[in-house]
Design a protein around this ligand. Structure first.
Ligand code: NDP
Length: 248
């Protein structure tokens, strides 16, 4: 299982909605075995049923990415159920937008815990398995927020850019050909993220308008992730930006 998607084992965090869910569906359609993690297990169970009904292979477990043991369990589930782990998609994320001067300390900590520490825990859980196999691929969902910093989004952008930096460092430390790393930076994507975003009312209005007018379907990001995964083993797609054509 070095080229293509067929037969690969892919674990996805934040698979209960949006980009993670669309990625699970697409990869399973293309013959991957998917291992799905998130907190809302009712949603995951429904997704597993849907994928299996369509002839795909899927399993799910409760994963809170702020708990390191849950990431270890996600990786272990892949190995137990499907024999290996080819790809970890570190996709779980939350968005707490506010001016830094508002000192929303609780929101900051939560966002750093999920978006940065959560990805880091996934990496530390997956790396030993990748090394043992002699092969593995880390994919993360970062953001165009990290490429164009705007007011209220600095810390969200910072968590995403910290993840990009981590993956670039890992890439430089892994030139033995074992590990591939990919950071996918989506722009506005129509998902539940906007509903769960904690932000000032005037920002909410603008973000919701942009999302409604410009937002692309999560399947667009799923196709982008699939493109990175299906490359032959000697080809690494390091970074991809996928945004609405009309996004500024
Ligand atoms: P959704 O809100 O639809 O999905 C977020 C996912 O993250 C859910 O499955 C949620 O599952 C999961 N999640 C949140 N907190 C945790 C946690 N503590 N442990 C495990 N899972 C968690 O939004 P998107 O699909 O849009 O978001 C996916 C990723 O894409 C995020 O990292 C986001 O920052 C990024 N992104 C999104 C953009 C957009 O415009 N939508 C743009 C750029 C990046 P549950 O609540 O069940 O745990």
């Amino acid at each position: 299982s070095t080229t293509g998607i067929q037969g690969k084992v892919v674990a996805i965090t934040g698979a209960s909605s949006g980009i993670g869910e669309a990625t699970a569906v697409l990869l399973a359609e293309r013959g991957a075995s998917v291992v799905l993690g998130a907190r809302r297990t009712d949603r995951l169970d429904a997704l597993v049923r849907r994928i299996r009904a369509d002839g795909g292979r899927a399993t799910a477990l409760a994963v809170d990415v702020t708990r390191r043991a849950d990431l270890e369990a996600l990786v272990q589930r892949a190995v137990d159920e499907f024999g290996r782990l080819d790809v970890l998609v570190g996709n779980a994320g939350i968005s707490r937008l506010s001016p830094i001067g508002d000192l929303d300390v609780g929101g900051w900590q939560a966002m750093i815990d999920v978006n940065l520490n959560g990805v880091l825990s996934g990496i530390t859980a997956a790396l030993p398995v990748f090394r043992r196999q002699g092969e593995g691929h880390l994919v993360t969902t970062v953001s165009t927020s990290g490429l164009k910093i705007v007011p209220t989004q600095a810390l969200y952008a910072g968590t995403k850019n910290a993840v990009r930096t981590l993956l670039e460092g890992l890439r430089q430390e892994s030139t033995d050909g074992v590990l591939r790393t990919t950071s996918v930076s989506p722009g506005y994507v129509r998902t539940e993220l906007v509903d769960s975003m904690d932000m000032p009312p005037e920002v909410r209005e603008e973000v919701q308008r942009n999302m409604a007018e410009l937002g692309i379907a999560p399947e667009a990001v799923a196709r982008t992730i699939a493109f990175a995964i299906e490359q032959p083993r000697d080809v690494e797609i390091g970074e991809i930006v996928v945004r609405p054509t009309r996004q500024n």
